[in-house]
Design a protein around this ligand. Sequence first.
Ligand SMILES: NC(=O)c1ccc[n+]([C@@H]2O[C@H](COP(=O)([O-])OP(=O)(O)OC[C@H]3O[C@@H](n4cnc5c(N)ncnc54)[C@H](OP(=O)(O)O)[C@@H]3O)[C@@H](O)[C@H]2O)c1
Length: 314
Amino acid sequence: MRAIQFTAVNQIEVREVPEPVPASGEVLVRIRAAALNHRDLWIKLGQYAGLQFPCTPGSDGVGEVCAVGPGVDAETAARWMGRRVVINPAFDWGSDPVAVPVDQLAEAPAHLSDDEAAALPLAGLTAWRAVMTRGAVRRGDKVLISGVGGGAAVAALQFAVAAGAKTWVTSSSAEKIDRARALGAEAGFDYTRSDWVEAARAAVPGGFDVIIDSAGGEGFEKLIDLAAAGGRLVFFGATRGNPPVLPMRKVFWRQLSLLGTTMGSPDDWRAMLETVSRHRIRPVVGHGFAFAQAASAFDLMEQGSQFGKIVVRP
Ligand SMILES: NC(=O)c1ccc[n+]([C@@H]2O[C@H](COP(=O)([O-])OP(=O)(O)OC[C@H]3O[C@@H](n4cnc5c(N)ncnc54)[C@H](OP(=O)(O)O)[C@@H]3O)[C@@H](O)[C@H]2O)c1
């Protein structure tokens, strides 16, 4: 079979690799489409813990179950063989991207194309837990999502809107803010402008009940300023590194909660998939690439010019 592999830092190739044999309790999934996550860019840049080359990136995929390993009972095997599935990425993938424990499978939501289904798992699960479980967003809450061009940020916007929250976004791009409005955002603020915090304060004078961030860095302090008293700041990424300062007095005087989160639990996974099907939410696929153009897909993510997810197809 073919796989996209990094053979060294920034060295990407499409290579022939042996087809995996499912071990006990595993199934083999023939991938129809896969999606990139920022994690894959960290791998490309050699900035991911425990990295060993050659390395097959990827955490997301949609495909059919094409083989079943020992230790999967006949009823479970019959249930999954040939089904179009998405894979819960919240487990130890080890070195093998397509032989996965049968427990991690879920039927791909029927209303989604292969590209959309491939785009859903990691970003959807992370965004679901950030918005619904950790952020506890409820109808009428005022929510701010930073860097809405990112794959997980767009999913967070979709879940916040589906929950009935009034949702604002930040972005470096006016066009991405327009696209966010089309998905239900009230308005957006350009975080590259020096006056964006004032604009956000004017739009929502009482502050935001929940703020979802994956950029960190210097901008994080501004998000603390924009939180309502008792507000919750939920973060799952640090694209811009650590915040240089943490104004602790602002956090404790205003009873703010700083909440870290990573991917999600099995309950989050089930609830996310159920909501996607019930609200017929479609993950936003900004760009699709053939396997042979994998290097271009990574370049696009490195430039940050995407809106939503980047998908690659074998
Ligand atoms: N812990 C977890 O489980 C988990 C899961 C998923 C992702 N993550 C992390 O979350 C981050 C985003 O991941 P992703 O896959 O969604 O990445 P992505 O699709 O590459 O998102 C990149 C986006 O970050 C935004 N951004 C860049 N600089 C910013 C700034 N100073 N302020 C606000 N936004 C900024 C940009 O938004 P605009 O284009 O709109 O300006 C850009 O489009 C990464 O750090 C990733 O490692 C963690």
